[in-house]
Design a protein around this ligand. Structure first.
Ligand SMILES: Nc1ncnc2c1ncn2[C@@H]1O[C@H](COP(=O)(O)OP(=O)(O)O)[C@@H](O)[C@H]1O
Ligand SMILES: [Mg+2]
Length: 310
């Protein structure tokens, strides 16, 4: 079981930028955490403090009761940094092999581990190619792969899919899912593709201007939208409606959007639409995305806008 506690973390860089403003949370036995927030909100700073790469200006972190430095020395972390350099003159296999040796695996274990990683990340074709000859996207894949060497307890993946093609991205979510399930590792994933991972994420942390403004599961984040379904109806011509059965609706020309909070309301609405069927030309029903919920929370904080619907 892995446990990370952060208490009142502040980070003020030498330049005077305040990157974190009193962030506190506990992650206990959580398998996949997604860390989201607009650019500059402090995600990378938080990840680098957790893995002991930089220290906070105030506050503390504990990893299973250890300081990040100690946890780092014990090999707790597998890290894919947002930016990094690789050793260009080694082949992919050599590079991974030396990293495995540095982590303390013996030659035999290192060989086996590297073969597994090469398979998992579909690197076979280029395993003997010198890194300097690989494309930028491929180099990202190797950076990602090396984080998984030695099955670390905590994986910190900072925007790992930048520069990856959709096939590799789907593959990455698979690998992550398997890791989370089989090894009991904790994965902290910084990504903008929150809806692609919402079904496997057990926790969402949302940073905004250095503050943690949401800490809960994806379902709780969705409930911040205040509705469960959105129904869109296009009418033939400009029929005037008698009062629809829902408080939350919004008309623009021929199109009406209904915001439906639960199944009971949905059934009421569907019955109503059946009574109108000669007038309905198109109809769609969808659920809000995590991304919409997240943007809505941020908009609310900015004191702005989209309050017109709800
Ligand atoms: N090494 C640094 N020195 C000075 N300012 C930094 C440094 N790293 C990040 N910052 C600033 O701190 C803030 C948070 O950055 P970062 O943690 O990289 O956010 P994110 O990963 O969410 O985009 C930004 O304003 C950024 O410019
Ligand atoms: Mg970042």
């Amino acid at each position: 079981m892995v446990e990370i506690r952060c208490e009142d973390l502040w980070k003020i860089y030498g330049s005077g930028t305040v990157a974190l403003r009193g962030v506190s949370f506990a992650l206990v036995d959580v398998s996949l955490v997604i860390l989201v927030g607009p650019n500059g909100s402090g995600k990378t700073t938080l990840v680098r403090i957790i893995d002991g790469e930089i220290s906070p200006s105030k506050g503390f972190v504990s990893i299973n009761g250890l300081s990040p430095d100690v946890a780092r020395a014990k090999g707790f972390f597998g890290v894919m940094p947002q930016e990094a350099r690789l050793h260009e003159y080694l082949s992919v296999r050599e590079y991974l092999y030396y990293l495995a040796l540095i982590q303390g695996l013996n030659r035999h274990e290192a060989k086996r581990e590297v073969s597994r990683i090469i398979d998992d990340f579909m690197l076979q074709e280029y395993a003997s190619t010198r890194i300097e000859y690989l494309s930028a996207g491929f180099k990202r894949r190797i950076l990602l792969a090396q984080a998984f060497l030695g099955s670390p307890e905590i994986l910190l993946l900072d925007e790992p899919t930048v520069g990856l093609d959709p096939e590799m991205r789907a593959k990455l979510w698979d690998i992550i899912m398997r890791y989370a399930r089989e090894r009991g590792s904790m994965i902290i994933l910084v990504t903008h593709y929150i809806d692609e991972v919402r079904d496997i994420a057990s926790r969402v942390l949302l940073l905004y201007k250095g503050q943690l403004i949401f800490n809960g599961n994806p379902r709780e984040l969705l409930s911040k939208m205040g509705y469960k379904y959105r129904v869109q109806v296009r009418l033939r011509g400009s029929k005037a409606l008698e009062t629809p059965p829902l408080r939350l609706h919004y008309r623009s020309g021929d199109v009406i959007e209904f915001y439906v909070v639960d199944e009971e309301e949905l059934i009421k609405l569907l019955n109503y639409l059946v009574s109108l069927r000669d007038w309905v030309s198109e109809f769609s029903i969808d659920r809000p995305s995590l991304e919409e919920s997240y943007l809505r929370l941020i908009k609310l904080l900015e004191g702005g806008g989209s309050g017109q619907h709800l």
